[in-house]
Write a protein that binds this ligand. Structure first.
Ligand code: AMP
Length: 300
């Protein structure tokens, strides 16, 4: 099954206690697509880049089999984000957001994308998320992510988007900010009242939970020995989650639980290095091996 993703393709500048990088490949749609490409050869990207976007990054995305027909090149500069993480690596502090080519972007979904069954609205202005949604004709599963900026500045549009999606995937801090509930479980239940039939809440090193009105599942995070850069963990999680679901085309509770664990596994690799560097050398065998380890540590 194919997946259409709309989100940012970015040049990121990141600072963590373990290093600093400038203008590296990033963006919510990038992390998502690269992660999902480990599960399905049918990921279709919708985003915009500027004239300064390095060719080598395009070649890399292409080498992962990602369909780039919906990746528009516009006049101007690529979207840039600069962020910093403190000692405990929890929560990025945004130092700068330059929307650049995203300011005037109006996504045009190629005809070859319109019938995709799986749609991921990665973190981007909720107006663009809605735009894409309106153009999709055959969606079977619509999943959405967002961030603090849009909750603070575009809450109404965001709630309208959320009303139309099947699953909202967000982190614990965003769930609190969106709902005003301090307890994550209470926040999750409130989100279910906004429209989605399922919510997935990522809790960083404390794993992830998923709830519907009558199910509850919790996965631990993979116990890592070293984390260099958490950037993109959420999008990489979503890529593993949806990539696995699209490749199996099975939306049963049991399979969704497996997808959550694949998401967890993919995020664990992502944070081991900056940008998508870890994914450059990642193998299917390593993914399966961590999946099996999580199964083992949660058995009782
Ligand atoms: P994550 O760490 O999973 O929340 O996502 C990190 C990615 O989000 C970075 O690569 C950024 O380029 C991207 N990002 C940061 N701010 C925004 C924004 N306002 N809109 C879209 N993408 C963003």
């Amino acid at each position: 099954m194919s997946i259409v993703v709309v989100g940012s393709v970015a040049l990121d500048s990141i600072e963590t206690p373990y290093g600093k990088v400038k203008n590296v490949l990033g963006g919510s749609a990038t992390y998502f697509s690269v992660s999902a490409s480990f599960f399905t050869g049918d990921v279709k990207l919708v985003a915009v880049i500027g004239e300064d976007f390095p060719d080598e990054y395009i070649k890399f995305l292409d080498s992962k089999g990602i369909d780039l027909e919906g990746l528009e090149k516009a006049k101007g500069k690529t979207f840039r984000w600069a962020g910093r993480y403190r000692e405990n690596l929890s929560g990025a502090e945004t130092l700068a957001t330059e929307l650049n080519v995203f300011e005037n972007f109006s996504p045009k979904i190629p005809d070859s994308y319109k019938n995709a069954e799986y749609v991921f609205l990665a973190n981007i202005n909720p107006e663009l998320q809605l735009d894409v949604l309106k153009q999709m004709k055959n969606a079977k599963l619509i999943v959405c992510d967002t961030m603090n900026l849009w909750i603070a500045e575009r809450k109404e549009k965001l709630l309208e988007t959320i009303k139309h999606v099947d699953i909202l995937i967000i982190n614990d801090a965003e769930a609190r900010q969106l709902t005003g509930e301090q307890k994550v479980d209470m926040a999750a239940r409130k989100i279910l009242e906004y429209g989605p039939s399922r919510v997935v809440i990522k809790k960083g090193e404390h794993g992830a939970i998923t709830l519907t009105n009558n199910t509850y599942f919790s996965s631990p995070a993979y116990p890592l020995k070293r984390v260099l850069d958490p950037t993109g963990a959420g999008d990489t999680f979503a890529g593993g989650f949806m990539g696995y679901l699209a490749s199996t085309d099975d939306l049963s509770e049991q399979n969704i639980r497996k997808a959550i664990v694949y998401g967890t596994v993919m995020a664990s690799f992502n944070v081991e290095d900056f940008s998508i560097n870890r994914q450059l050398i990642l193998t299917k065998e390593e993914i399966e091996s961590r999946f099996a380890e999580i199964k083992k540590i949660t058995e009782f």
